[in-house]
Design a protein around this ligand. Structure first.
Ligand SMILES: [Fe+2]
Ligand SMILES: [Fe+2]
Length: 254
């Protein structure tokens, strides 16, 4: 099992979109997760920072790109343990970071037991319609993706790099040894995604609403929280695949 170093998936002068590495042996402990960092100038925002057991690796890798005190945002797509599990540690180690999370999950966050109760004042509630905010001069957009799979769910579109962080959409669950950072052969890759999307997404309607929204965006790369990154033709292939995914969730219940 390999340990992978961070990889810059987009770079444009002082703007970077970074994948923060992976220890493939995490496979033994829980679902493999991707963490990403957007750096603009000397400031950064961390996307789906992850659970407890990945904290050490993510924190160490992040410091190669930005100082922890210059992390200005922690973006959480939704409330799952593999997304928010280490929030306490992040609040303590990145004292200037605000937490961006759906307004419907904000009131549940204090149950993590924050070491500093005033930390709850650092939470920015993302309204259901989504919002835009800045990291330095760079604009990012929290795009609504409700019920995919969480009831209050957001993705993050980085306007400058055109990288779209898609949370659990695009997730792939690999058998041991099959992980790859980028999707190599889309048709082969489908078998690692299909079960996840059919079982975790509750209804086709949520997909249709979201697909309409993302088709209006200029997307170069789709970066999911689990599995492999879609680039070039694979972005379109992935969108088309979701378009044709006939039944998910309750449609399949008997
Ligand atoms: Fe999830
Ligand atoms: Fe997840």
């Amino acid at each position: 099992m390999k340990i992978h170093k961070p990889y810059v998936i987009h770079e444009d002068r002082d703007h970077k979109f970074v994948w923060l590495g992976l220890d493939e042996s995490d496979y033994e402990r829980g679902v493999l997760t991707n963490q990403y960092l957007i750096v603009d100038g000397d400031k950064g925002i961390l996307l789906d920072p992850g659970g407890y057991f990945v904290f050490e690796r993510v924190f160490k890798n992040l410091k190669d790109f930005v100082k922890p005190e210059n992390i200005v945002g922690l973006f959480y797509s939704h409330q799952d343990p593999d997304v928010i599990g280490a929030m306490n540690l992040w609040l303590d180690t990145c004292p200037n970071a605000k937490v961006y999370i759906s307004e419907i999950w904000e009131r549940f966050i204090p149950h993590l037991g924050m070491s500093d109760p005033s930390s709850s004042e650092r939470i920015v509630k993302i309204p259901d319609r989504g919002m835009e905010f800045k990291i330095e001069k760079n604009q990012v957009r929290a795009v609504p993706a409700h019920f995919l799979h969480s009831e209050g769910n957001f993705h993050l579109y980085d306007v400058k790099s055109k990288v779209y962080f898609s949370g659990d959409i695009g997730a792939a669950i690999f058998p041991k040894g099959k992980w790859s950072l980028y999707v190599q052969n889309f048709d082969e890759h489908v078998k690692y995604m299909e079960w996840f999307h059919r079982r975790y997404l509750p209804t086709r309607k949520a997909l249709d609403v979201w697909l309409k929204r993302v088709k209006e965006l200029d997307i170069k790369i789709i970066a999911p929280q689990h599995g492999s990154i879609f680039e070039g033709d694979n972005v379109k292939k992935f969108i088309n695949w979701l378009d044709k995914l006939d039944k998910v969730g309750i449609d399949l219940m008997e």
